[in-house]
Design a protein around this ligand. Structure first.
Ligand code: FES
Length: 255
């Protein structure tokens, strides 16, 4: 199968694109007493949060973009159906698995380049009056649960296959003079690139922080590009008495 390659050079970090968050720390100081208050976030679906205002192509109904967060896999297609409704589709054609193109307003459809199957803006394959597909593709494109909050201008997309939970989080004593670190363990996927962010409270925007890969090594790394999929361990210096940690993934819009 041929994958689209035309836009993969343009990358950007999308700060609103959170895979997971973990552990509000409620103790007044970073002491060993914090330990009891550190708990991993509850597991669940990975939720991508994207501000449509970051993408001019989504400014109007009919707008459509394709995104990927792991190089080499088919992108997600995000379509703006109305001013306040978006759909997110798997771009894999239900005929033979080619990558369906984005929605084109002028043609009022998405089209698969391999055998020409056509889908509407919500990923429904074109059908006759009896509901049977008129296309090589037998079925609609798969959809991801998508919600839009107009007040915050945020699209939330649930991706069941995305690892999201912080597997564990614990306080580590770094040095004899009492410097403390948090040990974060979370799943990563080969092909994706990650950063760790911290915010002191729910109303504060997360900021990228450096991390170490050993308990007493220098916290001087800022990106994770895992060579294999699995659990990753990072050590972050205690930056405050409480806060939220999250993992962001590099998002690649295809153009
Ligand atoms: Fe899409 Fe055949 S793979 S139409």
């Amino acid at each position: 199968m041929n994958l689209p390659t035309s836009g993969t050079t343009r990358r950007q970090w999308v700060k609103q694109f959170m895979l997971c968050s973990a552990a509000a720390l409620v103790a007044p100081r970073w002491t060993s007493a914090v330990l009891a208050n550190v708990t991993p976030s509850a597991p669940g679906k990975g939720v991508l949060r994207i501000k449509p205002s970051s993408f001019p192509a989504l400014a109007n109904p009919g707008g459509s973009i394709q995104l990927t967060f792991i190089q080499g896999i088919e992108p997600l297609t995000l379509n703006r159906v109305t001013s306040d409704r978006f759909v997110t589709l798997d771009s894999i054609c239900t005929h033979a698995g080619c990558t369906v193109g984005r929605f084109i307003v002028a043609n009022n459809r998405m089209r698969c380049p391999c055998h020409g199957s056509r889908y509407d803006i919500e990923g429904r394959v074109f059908r006759d009056v009896n509901g049977n597909s008129t296309q090589p593709a037998p079925d609609d494109l798969a959809r991801y649960e998508t919600a839009y909050d107009a007040a915050s201008d945020t699209i939330s997309i649930a991706i069941p296959s995305l690892a999201l939970q912080m597997d564990s989080i614990s306080v580590q004593q770094r040095t004899e003079n009492g410097e403390l670190r948090l040990k974060l363990v979370f799943p990563v996927t080969f092909g994706a690139v990650y950063q760790i962010s911290y915010s002191p409270g729910l109303s504060s925007p997360p900021a990228t922080i450096p991390f170490a890969t050993t308990a007493d090594g220098p916290a001087n790394q800022t990106t994770i590009g895992p060579s294999v999929s699995g659990m990753f361990t990072a050590y972050v210096d205690a930056a405050g008495s409480r806060g939220f940690f999250s993992v962001s993934v590099m998002l690649t819009p295809l153009t």
